[in-house]
Design a protein around this ligand. Structure first.
Ligand code: ADP
Ligand code: MG
Length: 618
């Protein structure tokens, strides 16, 4: 590579700006410094102008940014203004420089270079001023000593520049320089994960005008310089380093950005599948095939995956299309197994327990923890926010924390979560479907007791579920025999075990063994089903036919008449009507149909009726 001097690079940037960015720079000059402090440069433009220069920017971002900013300061402006502190922020990196958070390796040569990561903002600290140059006022002679500050810790002067004594000093805030700072934790998006991997994350430091622009739950592309920080254990330094990013630009992406690629071939396959007469049965047989029975629950899970159509009414209000469903029942009945299977077939999902695995729990929280410098408040997104536009499968929902209980109502109906604590006021989006499971309070479910008394969830919350299934584990010789057969063939078949042993002996991995000996393969392959669902949700917005409307109206009126009495276990309200609409829209989507037909209405009425019967309405 040819040796290029810094002066030449400054000149190169000047001519680059003149060719591509003169308008942008003029606009920046007009708005500087109050409204705008950065010039955003598209990587593509720089590459088109000079591929070598662009390459160098990727490899030595710190140095090159200084040169680009130096060029900006010397750029001839039409108005008499100085862009003294303006930043140059690069964005729109090529795909090969967009890295996987879990793929960061020393051997990949990423450290020190400019990269992009895509993910979801899990945590964001408060925006706080950070000192960049401290003015130390000598308490003996009053002289100011200026010391530049960086992230390696607060530096104090050795002696006063006036009287040369060792202070004491006082930091004079008015004479010091500050900059806004914020830290983000960006986590891999739920759809990037396969088979229940734990999502990984990277921390990003932001400065100045790009602070305070994102909210936890936002899907972002962050461009930054990949750096490493030595891990400390207590006071001790260790030999291990953590990667982190110095943020250069942050772009909030449309939530749909990671939508899976559906090829023309996939599309053909999907369209062909949708014409099958037994598509509903095939779908049901593709949900948790190792679990015997539960056809209605599985069909409902399918409907939940497809979901209804969200409506935006002219008055600005919104009716969710997402379906919430709850499985309550006896322990050991396969609830957890079914819930966790969602991860295989949902285009976007989060699986967690009601107890929550993070301080944000299910909804969101403002916390003061060891993230950031440990002093700032951090806003953290919980499971329902991370599952935005997807499914949140929450096992042991009844064990959720009290903070979540109150936030849950808003999260499920308005599909947003408001946090207002410690000066943080934020609204996080939670446009997800909740698939919950809960155990009865007293060990076993009693069909004749009101469900509100058997499960540790308040009635207002229970009423937000479109469907509630009760799963009881009562002995039934016929059913038990079939279940036993199913489990015995799937798990313990003699031939399979022999085959397994042989394979294991010949160095097959556990995964390969499981795959080959998979007796209970889903009818529709999980990957295809995921694509099918994504395709339907993207392309299919069914509307009601008169026949479907009539069927639902009749059922609802009838139900109200029956469920009107005071001590109905679950009151039948207009919410049920909305649920019926959502469910039948989802049913139409399974066929990729643009209209909700009577058959859809009938299908979902049957499900709703049997759910209500289970809990004693009717
Ligand atoms: P729960 O969450 O309802 O307490 P689990 O999902 O943990 O129950 O199930 C307990 C075990 O029993 C699992 O290994 C599961 O595979 C098995 N099991 C329960 N019900 C069924 C079923 N209907 N078909 C196959 N396996 C089942
Ligand atoms: Mg369980």
């Amino acid at each position: 590579m040819s040796q290029v001097s810094e002066g030449q690079d400054v000149d190169a940037f000047l001519s680059f700006y003149r060719t591509y960015y003169s308008d942008d720079i003029a606009r920046l000059a007009q708005n500087y410094p109050k409204e705008q402090r950065s010039l955003y440069v598209e990587y593509d433009d720089l590459y088109t102008f000079d591929p070598d220069l662009a390459e160098r920017y990727l490899n030595r971002p710190g140095e090159m940014q200084e040169i680009a900013e130096e060029a900006l300061r010397t750029y001839d402006l039409p108005v008499d203004i100085s862009l003294g502190q303006a930043h140059v922020r690069m964005r729109g990196l090529p795909r090969e420089n967009t890295i996987d958070i879990r793929g960061i390796r020393v051997s990949n040569d990423h450290i020190g270079s400019m990269v992009a990561v895509q993910g979801i903002v899990r945590k964001a600290t408060d925006v706080r001023p950070k000192i960049t140059e401290a003015a130390f006022e000598c308490q003996r002679c009053g002289t100011m000593t200026y010391i530049p500050q960086n992230d390696s810790g607060f530096q104090e002067p050795h002696e006063c520049q006036g009287c040369e004594r060792q202070g004491p000093f006082r930091v004079n805030n008015n004479e010091s320089k500050f900059i806004d700072s914020q830290q983000l934790r960006v986590q891999e998006s739920p759809e990037g994960l396969r088979g229940g991997e734990t999502p990984q994350s990277i921390d990003v430091n932001l400065e100045d005008d790009i602070c305070g622009q994102v909210t936890p739950g936002d899907h972002v592309t962050v461009v930054g310089r990949l750096e490493m920080e030595q891990v400390t254990s207590g006071q001790e330094k260790t030999t291990v380093f953590d990667p982190y990013m110095e943020g250069i630009s942050v772009v909030i992406e449309d939530e749909e950005f990671e939508d899976m690629d559906i090829t023309d071939e996939d599309k053909q396959e999907i369209l062909e599948l949708s014409t099958h007469d037994d598509i509903y049965e095939e779908m049901v047989a593709s949900v948790a095939p190792s679990i015997y029975g539960y056809d209605q629950e599985k069909l409902s899970m399918i409907l939940q995956l497809f979901s209804g159509v969200t409506k935006h009414l002219p008055d600005g209000s919104r009716i969710r299309g997402d379906l919430h469903m709850l499985l309550i029942g006896d322990p050991g009945t396969g609830k957890s197994q079914m819930l966790s299977y969602i991860r295989n077939i949902a285009p976007r999902s989060v699986y967690t327990s009601g107890k929550g695995s993070s301080s944000a729990g299910l909804t969101a929280a403002a916390v003061r923890d060891d993230f950031g410098d440990g002093q700032q408040w951090t806003l953290e997104a919980g499971a329902l926010v991370l599952a935005d536009k997807g499914i949140a499968a929450v096992d042991e929902l009844d064990k959720m924390r009290s903070e979540d209980r109150s936030a849950m109502h808003e999260a499920l109906e308005q599909q947003q979560i408001s946090v207002s604590k410690a000066g943080i006021n934020a609204t996080l989006k939670s446009r997800c479907s909740l698939l919950g499971a809960a155990n009865p309070k007293y060990g076993r479910f009693d069909q004749y007791e009101p469900i509100g008394e058997q499960i540790d969830l308040e009635p207002a919350l229970i009423s937000r579920f479109d469907l509630i299934f009760t799963v009881t584990d009562s002995p039934d010789p016929d059913h038990d025999a079939k279940l036993a057969d199913h489990i015995l063939t799937t798990n313990y078949a003699g031939e399979l075990n022999t085959q397994r042993t042989e394979m294991a002996a010949s160095n097959f991995t556990q995964e390969e063994v499981d795959e080959v000996t998979q007796e209970v393969a889903p009818v529709i392959d999980a990957e295809l089903l995921r694509k099918y669902i994504a395709y339907a949700k993207r392309n299919c917005y069914p509307t009601m036919t008169d026949e479907a409307k009539a069927a639902i109206r009749e059922f609802y009126v009838d139900l109200r008449a029956k469920g009107a009495d005071e001590d109905a276990p679950v009151p039948v309200t207009a919410r049920k009507l909305e649920a019926l609409v959502r469910l039948s829209e989802a049913s139409a989507r399974v066929r990729l149909s643009d209209t909700v037909e009577e058959e859809d209405a009938t299908r979902v009425i049957e499900i709703v009726r049997s759910c209500l019967q289970d809990i004693g309405v009717d």
